[in-house]
Ligand binder design. Structure first.
Ligand code: FES
Ligand code: FES
Length: 391
């Protein structure tokens, strides 16, 4: 049994769970929250959909032992939620349910759709709802109900219950590099001659309930050399597996794309970022937002870095704080321990590439894309092995 701490429908609890117990069983059998239904138990039907850190996720393939500290909301926890209330009425009015088996998962997902797509049309709703199966209704009434609520909310009038809050969601990125002193030369990357084609603007909107990851690694090089590399978006992007600039950068604004494979799925997040260096304390931030056009999953992220030089000046420790929020169908693939492990691997690749580039070598761990799916599975195996003491 593994001790964990969770917040379920606003109640913080401590429990001991078997590693194999999935979240849906935990909710139904330990918490007696039986509105979360189980259909396929393979992550296909969506009947078990709940909110994990504010984003829809399938509780049959989520494990409490991997969700320590997470905030879980079941459909019972949405009893006083304004949007969920409007959806319940609309489902009744528009014949959006028959046997009701799929309905809890449908409501959780529908609320998320309404909040993310206030002007949702039928195509959008059908696309977003593709992961929730109903064997009774033929979907027509469900789609009509969601469209109705979305249309009524265009004026954003909260009619009852809790105040409307947009979905607040809770994947990308220490490599101990040999501290041997190396000759440092940052290879210049030629900029395209064209004028800068993108201008990012400051994004003051705070990230709500982001996934936060802190990593650090050492680069066997003096701080000013590492700093110079960090001021070159071309150099930094070239160190990230699967990333590329999509337009010339003026050193402050950047437009980039990052391809990540998630098992059989491939996401290509394209977006813009704003780089703000702070030479006074060898730090800086990069704020960015992007979208995967195929899945309509949106990402907002803030990366803050700081460079600290060793006493002899030969090694630079790079601290990186990443905070990100994913919204959309891929959000449920992006949180928890696996996401953090994927992020740690990305950081390792980034650090290895950075060190290689500083040595004037080709990036050691570059790849056309990051296969997070394959990576995640190897991580799951490693994690299980550690858990059972066979690692
Ligand atoms: S029971 Fe979880 S997706 Fe079907
Ligand atoms: S209403 Fe019966 S499965 Fe959807």
């Amino acid at each position: 049994m593994i001790p964990i701490k969770l917040e379920v429908n606003g109640r913080v609890l401590e429990a001991s769970v078997e590693p194999r117990t999935h979240l849906a069983d935990f909710l139904r059998e330990e918490m007696l929250l039986t509105a979360t239904h189980l259909g396929c138990e393979h992550g296909v039907c969506g009947a078990c959909t709940v909110l994990i850190d504010g984003a829809p996720a399938r509780s049959c393939i989520a494990f409490p032992v991997m969700l320590d500290g997470a905030r879980i909301t079941t459909v019972e926890g949405l009893a006083d939620d304004a949007v969920a209330g409007e959806l319940r009425e609309a489902f009744m009015d528009e014949h959006g349910l028959q046997c009701g088996f799929c309905t809890p998962g449908m409501l959780v997902m529908a609320r998320d759709i309404v909040l993310r797509h206030p002007h949702a049309d039928e195509d959008t709703i059908r696309h977003e709802l593709a992961g929730n199966l109903c064997r009774c209704t033929g979907y027509v009434g469900i789609i009509r109900a969601i469209r109705k609520v979305a249309a009524e909310r265009e004026g954003a009038v909260v009619t009852r219950g809790t105040a409307l809050a947009p979905p607040a969601y809770a994947s990308p990125l220490a490599l101990p590099v040999s501290p041997a002193r190396v000759a440092v030369e940052v290879a210049p990357v030629p900029l395209p001659a064209a004028a800068v084609a993108v201008e990012a603007v400051a994004d003051d909107e705070p990230l709500r309930n982001p996934v936060e990851i802190r990593e650090s690694f050492e680069v066997p090089a003096p701080r000013d050399a590492v700093w110079a590399l960090f001021q070159s978006p071309e150099q930094v992007i070239a160190c990230l597996p699967g990333a590329r600039l999509t337009a010339p950068s003026d050193g402050r604004s950047l437009a980039a794309e990052m391809v990540v494979k998630l098992g059989p799925m491939q996401a290509a997040f394209g977006g813009t970022g704003l780089i703000i260096p702070n030479p006074a304390d060898w730090s800086g931030t990069i704020d960015g937002r992007g979208v995967d056009a195929r899945s309509a999953t949106q990402v907002r992220a803030r990366l803050a870095y700081r460079l600290v030089e060793s006493a002899d000046g030969a090694v630079t420790r790079v601290s990186v704080d990443v905070a990100y929020v994913l919204q959309g169908p891929l959000a449920q693939m992006s949180r928890g321990a696996i996401a953090r492990e994927v992020a740690a691997r990305l950081t390792q690749n980034f650090a290895a590439n950075l060190a290689a580039r500083i040595r004037g070598e080709a990036p050691a761990a570059s790849a056309a894309s990051l296969d997070a799916g394959a990576l995640a599975w190897s991580l799951v195996k490693g994690w299980l092995a550690r858990l059972f003491g066979r690692g």
